[in-house]
Design a protein around this ligand. Structure first.
Ligand code: MN
Length: 259
């Protein structure tokens, strides 16, 4: 099929609804949950806004706001420059990451049952191999989305902060190494980071950040609606804002799936 025929088929599939669009984005608001680091580290800013005008004397016919938000607040994109291991790579910031990373195939690894029973569940290469035995090898150039159903938690249950830190699922180092061997573009999660809440205890610490970004790969976090996606066959659309030298960006994440 030529490119023109392919796009024409996609246009009619979108028009007829045989290809459906799923929004994977958390609501961005003053209530969006935040990652909180221990002292003495700096903190990401919550989303906040100030009204410029709302059809009033400040602007009779128009409504608009200014807003403030951290690069890593809410559903957001992690560029390789976010982590020290990716700091010297070429094209490592959101403005320079190759745009092919923003529209690409995705697979969904469903380990929601395991995460329901264990908030500290670690995804291992063994889990990925068992997934591949059922669904086929993860294609090179794919995004890998880790379905935990964690996004169904709200409030304190979502961040799940305990006296010894957050307890949320994530990948083990060997899982990330395995995915890098598969040539993935990036790794996406429903939790507040691409790493588990207790990932500071792993070797290396924060393996998703350390290994993915060191290899020039990307991260997505605070995704939702992964339970609406098939295991294979999704097209993911995830362009971050084009912030000069930006380490990440809040964004809208969409999935194209067959109905
Ligand atoms: Mn981040």
């Amino acid at each position: 099929m030529s490119g023109a025929q392919c796009l024409s088929a996609l246009a009619s599939a979108l028009a007829t609804g045989s290809v459906q669009i799923v929004d994977l984005t958390q609501m961005l608001s003053e209530d969006t949950p935040l990652l909180i680091l221990p002292e003495p580290f700096g903190q990401t800013a919550a989303f906040s806004r100030e009204e410029i005008s709302r059809y009033d004397e400040r602007g009779v016919a128009w409504h608009w706001n200014n807003f403030t938000v951290g690069e890593h607040t809410g559903t957001h994109f992690d560029a390789p420059v976010h982590w020290v291991t990716g700091k010297d790579l070429a094209d490592n910031s959101v403005d320079r990451v190759e745009v092919g990373n923003f529209v690409a195939a995705a697979v969904v690894l469903d380990f929601s049952r395991e995460c329901r029973d264990n908030p500290d569940f670690l995804l291992t290469s063994e889990h990925i191999r068992s997934w591949e035995a059922e669904h086929g090898a993860i294609p090179e150039g794919s995004w890998v989305l880790f379905r935990s159903d964690w996004s169904k938690n709200t409030g304190d249950a979502y961040t799940n902060r305990q006296p010894d830190g957050a307890h949320t699922p994530g990948p083990a180092a060997d899982a990330i190494r395995y995915l890098l061997d598969r040539g993935i573009r990036g790794f996406g999660t429903e939790t507040i980071g691409t790493d588990a809440g207790q990932a500071h205890l792993l070797d290396p610490a924060y393996p998703a950040h350390t290994l993915l970004h060191g290899a020039g790969r990307m991260g997505l976090q605070c995704l939702e609606n992964l339970d609406r996606l098939p295991a294979t066959g999704t097209i993911l659309i995830c362009p971050p804002l084009k912030i000069r030298d930006g380490s990440g960006s809040p964004l809208r994440v969409l999935a194209l799936i067959p109905s």
